[in-house]
Design a protein around this ligand. Structure first.
Ligand SMILES: [Zn+2]
Length: 121
């Protein structure tokens, strides 16, 4: 039974362990409690999702099962087509638009998978 003003959230044990491992490995435990860090992280992710949904309402990331894939695929509901975002010699390219800037590239750059797998690798 949680204390007054609080509630429990049920998640899979393996999920909790994965999140807790990141919490400990990154040293976040020095600054705040696990539950506080989890809620701050969830709120941050939620704010980013709301921003993306508002700024790019017709774009969605297409999940790719191959974790080694260096391409980031965006589905565009406006055109009913996918845009593939790649990096060539440090330049971010959109195979659909082939222009210097486009919403597909901007959308991709807001996604952590794109940042971790493509930009930082
Ligand atoms: Zn594009």
């Amino acid at each position: 039974m949680p204390k007054s003003g609080f509630t429990n959230l049920t998640v899979r044990e393996i999920t909790k362990k994965q999140v807790e491992d990141v919490f400990k490995e990154r040293g976040y435990e020095k600054n705040e409690s696990f539950s506080s860090w989890v809620m701050n992280t969830v709120n941050s992710a939620l704010q980013k999702q709301i921003y993306c949904d508002t700024k790019y309402p017709t774009l969605r990331h297409v999940h790719i099962d191959n974790e080694e894939d260096k391409e980031f695929v965006v589905y565009d509901k406006t055109t009913n087509k996918v845009a593939v975002i790649t990096t060539e010699e440090g330049e971010i390219e959109c195979t659909t638009c082939k222009s210097e800037s486009c919403s597909h590239k901007d959308f991709a750059m807001l996604h952590p998978k794109f940042m971790n797998k493509i930009i930082l690798s």
